[in-house]
Every structure is written in structure tokens, then in C-alpha cells.
Design a protein around this ligand. Sequence first.
Ligand SMILES: Nc1ncnc2c1ncn2[C@@H]1O[C@H](COP(=O)(O)OP(=O)(O)OP(=O)(O)O)[C@@H](O)[C@H]1O
Length: 372
Amino acid sequence: MSTAVPAPAPSGTAAAGPALEVRDLTVRYGRPVRFGGTAKTSPAVDGVSFDIAPGETLGLVGESGSGKSTIGKAILGLQPASAGQVLLHGSDITRASLRQRRVTAIDLRVVFQDPYSSLNPAQTIGKTLTEPLRVLRVPKDQHRPRAAEALAAVGLPADAIDRYPAQFSGGQRQRIAIARALVCDPQVIVLDEPVSSLDVSTQAQVLNLLADLRDARGLALLFIAHDLGVVRFLAQRAVVLYRGQVMESGPIEEVTQRPGHPYTIALTAAAPVPQPAEQARRRAAREALGIGTAGATPTAAGGCPFATRCPLVTDVCRTERVPLTPAVDSATSGAGWVVACHHAGQAAGMRPAAGVSGNRSLSDFLSLFLWR
Ligand SMILES: Nc1ncnc2c1ncn2[C@@H]1O[C@H](COP(=O)(O)OP(=O)(O)OP(=O)(O)O)[C@@H](O)[C@H]1O
């Protein structure tokens, strides 16, 4: 069971509740039959809770296989939840019928990682953008003006509407995918690794665009990524996942600058920094941390999932899962900062000197990647 991490009220919307809430979400894929019986698979997502306020970005971060996309799919109704709830503006949409999903699809949109496979090459951009409007039965005379408005919002020329995906670069295609999400005028967008397939300078431009759109429209963004440095650029808060469980969660400054869980510390040490000497120092520090490889055997059910890789592991970690509890420094810093570690006090001593790079401007973001 995890602790919900409340979203701070953004300025001007103090009375508004969260746009999106995920409560104790558990997702299990399939149940393989072995030797004539049923074997329960371990859940891909295990008791995850968070919420996102209007105008806020929550970063969902973790290495491959940690369950990030599964959470995104469960929110969108593409993968059934085994337990828990998803609420959109307070309404439970966890088990919404297709008909109900048609209504929530106006408010809840998605942008996927790969702008090459997510756009139909045989359709004009106009047709792609107006498709959700047709499905949502928006009056036809509004289709073209709304598509044009969405293209303008993402900085593409008006004549893009009659062109085909092949006529655009990867970054422009991702802008088109964002325009397709915006055309319904949504309040929540799930961004599943939206910049991972783009080159570095294009990544920065798309992240800047997303920040501008969020601020101008009060969008709630769930930003799924494996890289804490990228998450830091856009998110106000972060949830760190490992094997489907929340290891740490809280304000982005705390999670990236003073991580409290050994797993977050490992992710932080893996994030790039713009100074080569510091990058080399971190590489050495990372090796000295003695954190095992990503493919390590999972811990037996009931213990901390990170126990087989953790340099601080003791017997209790192998048998008892610790609930999310306020981080060691949380009395003096951001509210809602929680860590699931038996040895969080000791873990603080493993932190790299400067956390993830504090750079947030476009040029600093670019320099961050030059030293990768
Ligand atoms: N359709 C599926 N059937 C069975 N298992 C699945 C399926 N999709 C994902 N999984 C498993 O669920 C777990 C979480 O996968 P998920 O794709 O959500 O992780 P992720 O953090 O998004 O990883 P990545 O960054 O590589 O996309 C993994 O162990 C994965 O193998």
C-alpha cells in the first residue's frame, strides 16, 4: 500500500481539486498456467498512488520495465486495472464503459513516444487532427478551424493541414501528435516518453513547447520518462518507480537534488551533468555505490523490490516492505516528500554532491546533453 502524494494547489486555482488521481493502482498482466495450475504473476504496477493538479506536471520516472507505461495505459483505459482507482476531476473512470470513455476522451488525451508510428502515413495532417473530433461527434463546421488552431498552438504553419506525415521531421511530427491531443481542448495529457526518440536540440524545443502549453492552458501533464534530467526540466513533482512500486515521491527539487532512496540516488548518479570533470567523478561514484545491474533477480514477494541491488540491504529489506514515509529531511523541505526505505537515513549519505543538474534553460538543457 502506498501513500498518496497530494498535489500542491497552483496559484489561482486554490479551490480546484486534482485533475487526475490514481489511487492504489495495481495492474497484473495475465496468469500463466503451469503444470496444470495457475501461477499468479507479480504485478507490473503495485499499489501506486499520486495526483496531478491543473497546470502541474508530474514526472513518472524509472528504468525500463518499472511499470511507467502500464500506469499510462491503465489511466487511458487501454489496460484494465486489477485493483485501485483512476479519477478524472473526481469521477471514477477506472472501469468506464466505451461509451463513458468517449466522453472522458475529450478531457484526457495521450501523446506516445514514436511520432513515426503514431501518425497514419496515408492520411493528411488535417484528417489525423480531426479524427478525434469526428469520433467525439463535434459539429463538422468546427473541425477545420480547430485543427488550424491546434497547429498554430504547436508552432506549425497553416498549410501543414493538407500535407502528409512524410513531409515533416521527427520533431515536427511530435508537434503534430501534440496538436492531435490539443484539438479536443483536453485538461489532462499523458505524455509517454514524448521526447525520447528525438535528437537533443529538438527534445529541448518540444519540452519548451509543452511547458508553454501547460502554463497557458492550465493543463495537467503526466510526463513519463526514464531520465531524471529530462523530467526535471518540465515537472514540479516526481514519482520514482521500481518494479511497479513507488520508491520515492515528492517535489522535484527534493527528489533530484537530495534523493532519499538508494534507487533514486542511483538514477541521480546516472543522470548527465554539463561538466566533464563532474561527469567523470559521478561515474566513479556510481561504481563505488555498488548498485547491482538492472537485470538483477527480483526480491521475493513481501520485501523491498530493490533489495537484490541495494548496497544498504539487510535482512529486514528482504522480508518486509516499508510503506512510504516522510523523507529524512522532509521537516525542513517540501511537503509530500516520501521515501520507501528501511535505511533512508543512511541512504542520504550516498547522495552525489549536486544531485541532478539544476539547469532549466534551453541552452543549459542542451549543454547537459553535450557531455553524455
Ligand atoms: N502486454 C504485456 N503482457 C505481459 N507483460 C507486460 C506487458 N506489457 C508490459 N509487461 C510487463 O510489465 C512490466 C512493466 O512494463 P512497462 O512497459 O509498463 O514498463 P516501463 O517502465 O514503461 O518500461 P519501458 O520504459 O521499457 O517502456 C514489465 O515487466 C513488462 O515486461
